[in-house]
Design a protein around this ligand. Structure first.
Ligand code: AHR
Length: 526
């Protein structure tokens, strides 16, 4: 890198807007009964690290290191043909079923009770999804009574008989999954789903007014009904809804160019603005008293074309009855992530935080083995993918309030979004601990950026005089396609970010972000 190739920019807190408090749920993730996410992922009773419930201890350790706060379960597409009742009670008596979403065999050795135990061990909140494809209102009410009811009624007593006396206190419930998608078992038109979700949410809140309910939004911004789906559903069911879901996956082959892929956050911004506008319109139409927040409960990088090809081949065998045994826990959606993928995910996390006034919950999809930051070998080790790192840093350091700094940056050209800022950043600061962090990304594929970082405003009108660095990390590699694998689990790791403090101003720094890189700077005031 010679000096001519370095661009210059600034990230300044001077005059910065407070966005909102950072909701802890924004660091959520997702476990679906899909491939080896559950079986061979979180659950492997024969594994040498397994606990008394059969959950892998090495995976639990990595989940804690990742800093995940809330986990959506049990799907995903899977939930739309799932009977939650199959997954509770003595394991030897649980039925084995076919799963139409992923054409696999579901052994039902993990279900609601088991996942409750796993969540306790992981220290994570449960975000439960109910089946609106082949089940519906009654099943949702039964599940709530089973999970949350006080002992003394039939379903709550069934839970007690299965070994869990205390109510599980599950607050967040997703009413179905991607019901707009033609691939979804029992998918619906916007009007059909609007009626169904209104009835179901109304009844769920009769059972427990304190529940936080999530309606299905569009399964991607490229759905033909994107926007109108949200309008129809939110306007109809406004009174009973707290969240609307957003799902967005990105991958390099799915973008117009690698530079467009790096700028995927622009698409996410548009997604958030569109859905937030629909939520506001629904509130206005009802002269409502509450905002419907966004639950970005599936986001991340997923090489979707691989799965689409597999699915198309399976369906193309149209004379085949598929009465062969369907596999149990096959290797599905086991994408290996590159450094570039991790930079994109770091940038997406910055967008989520930069919009945390509207996005009050999010789940990086998924958690283990299936499009995941954590990978395992059956009977073998667990390791971190590249995308583990920016998520973990943000989950541990982005606490308190989020601020949108003023950014002066050079631009990069994209085919999809026109000219966009190369640099995106968000700052968080916690008034309790007087600590904060800056998350930054350089989306320019060609050129580094030297940034002047001005955090002076944090010291104004306080007794503090200095900013002390706690952690300064950089994700970058000369090979943007470098990956971590079982053979080389530590090929990609965080490096130390060089930050130079200004001699005259104690809260000003100079930092250089190489081309396509993500960085985090955690600090406290003294
Ligand atoms: O996360 C994989 C799948 O992506 C989920 O099952 C579905 O909701 C989405 O289409």
């Amino acid at each position: 890198m010679n000096d001519n190739e370095v661009k210059r920019g600034t990230i300044s807190l001077h005059g910065a807007q407070r966005i909102a408090d950072v909701p802890r749920r924004i660091f959520g993730s997702f476990i679906e009964h899909l491939g080896r996410s559950v079986y061979g992922g979180i659950y492997e009773p024969e594994h040498e690290t397994a606990d008394e419930h059969g959950f892998r201890g090495d995976v639990l350790d990595l989940v804690k290191e990742l800093g995940v706060t809330c986990v959506r379960y049990p799907g995903g597409n899977f939930v739309s043909n799932y009977r939650w009742q199959d997954g509770v009670g003595p394991k030897s008596q649980r039925p084995v079923r076919r799963d139409l979403a992923w054409h696999t065999t579901e052994p039902n050795q993990v279900g609601l009770d088991d996942f409750y135990h796993w969540s306790k061990a992981a220290g994570t909140e449960i975000m439960m999804a109910v089946n609106m494809g082949t089940q519906g209102l009654q099943s949702a009410l039964d599940e709530i009574e089973y999970a949350n009811g006080a002992p003394g009624t039939a379903l709550a007593d069934w839970r007690v008989a299965n070994g869990i006396r205390e109510p599980m206190d599950i607050r967040m419930w997703c009413i179905g999954n991607e019901m707009d998608g033609p691939w979804q078992v029992g998918h619906m038109s916007a009007e059909e789903y609007a009626v169904a979700v209104e009835r179901t949410a109304h009844a769920m809140k009769l059972a427990e007014p304190g529940l936080e309910l999530v309606a299905c939004g569009s399964s991607s911004a490229s759905m033909p009904t994107f926007g109108t789906w949200e309008r129809t559903v939110l306007t109809r069911a406004y009174d009973y809804l707290d969240f609307v879901s957003c799902h967005a996956y990105y991958f390099e082959r799915g973008a117009k160019s690698p530079q467009d892929f790096l700028a995927s956050g622009e698409n996410m911004k548009h997604f958030i603005a569109t859905v937030a506008a629909q939520a506001d319109d629904a509130k206005a139409a009802h002269q409502g008293d509450h905002d419907i927040a966004l639950s970005f409960d599936e986001w991340g990088v997923w090489y979707q074309d691989d799965w689409n090809r597999q699915e198309a081949e399976w369906k193309a065998q149209n004379r085949v009855l598929h009465n062969e045994p369907w596999p149990t826990a096959p290797h599905l959606l086991e994408d290996t992530y590159t450094v570039r993928d991790a930079v994109v995910e770091g940038a997406l996390m910055i967008e989520l935080l930069a919009h945390c006034d509207r996005v009050r919950s999010a789940s990086r999809a998924q958690l283990v083995n299936v499009i995941a930051p954590i990978m395992t070998q059956n009977g073998g080790p667990a390791w971190k993918q590249t995308v583990f790192y920016p998520f973990a840093f943000a989950a541990h350091h982005a606490v308190g309030d989020a601020f949108a700094p003023t950014i002066h940056s050079s631009q990069v050209h994209t085919e999809s979004y026109g000219d966009v800022d190369a640099v995106r950043a968000v700052v968080t600061f916690d008034q309790q601990t007087h600590s904060g962090c800056v998350l930054m990304v350089n989306r320019d594929m060609q050129q580094a950026t030297e940034l002047h970082l001005d955090l002076q405003d944090l010291l104004s009108n306080t007794q503090f005089t200095e900013i002390i660095a706690d952690e300064q990390v950089l994700l970058h590699d000369d090979d943007p396609y470098a990956t971590n694998t079982i053979e080389h689990p530590d090929r990609v790791k965080l490096r130390t970010l060089d930050i130079t403090a200004s001699a005259e101003h104690p809260a000003q720094f100079t930092v250089t972000l190489p081309e396509e890189s993500w960085a985090g700077f955690a600090f406290h005031l003294v």
